[in-house]
Design a protein around this ligand. Structure first.
Ligand SMILES: [Zn+2]
Length: 131
């Protein structure tokens, strides 16, 4: 929660000066994404052995939800999507990212375009900020 508030503040502070744009994912972006997914899976597997044994299902469920949420939070904040029909670029929220999180490692996602309200595949882009 504290992290989320801080991120919003820094975005607000730099909002007038910086320009947000979207770019195709480079190999580096993909590797970083994969590292985050592997990290999250490691936390879940590692805590599965220890927390599940020692403390039971409830604490493990909290760790599980927290880890997955952190992964989705990061993903929805660093991605933009380009519509394959009209070419418009848009972002999605945490809640929109949640049901399609299985596509986290693919750079395609089934989304509804905000301009024409058509549901189709979109190309996932990396959100960048220029000064
Ligand atoms: Zn569109």
């Amino acid at each position: 929660m504290i992290i989320a508030i801080r991120m919003q503040q820094s975005e607000f502070a730099g909002g007038y000066m910086s320009h947000i744009y979207y770019t195709q994912a480079q190999l580096k972006d993909r590797i970083i994404s994969e590292i985050f997914v592997i990290l999250a899976l490691s936390v879940l597997i590692f805590s599965g052995f220890f927390v599940l044994e020692e403390y039971g299902i409830l604490p493990y469920l909290l760790i599980f939800i927290g880890t997955i949420s952190a992964l989705i939070f990061r993903h929805s904040n660093t991605r933009g999507y380009k519509c394959t029909n009209c070419g418009c670029e848009f972002e999605i929220t945490f809640c929109q990212d949640l049901p399609t999180i299985n596509s986290i490692l693919f750079m395609k996602k089934m989304l509804t375009c905000p301009d024409f309200k058509l549901r189709d595949y979109t190309i996932e882009l990396i959100k960048k900020k220029s000064n």
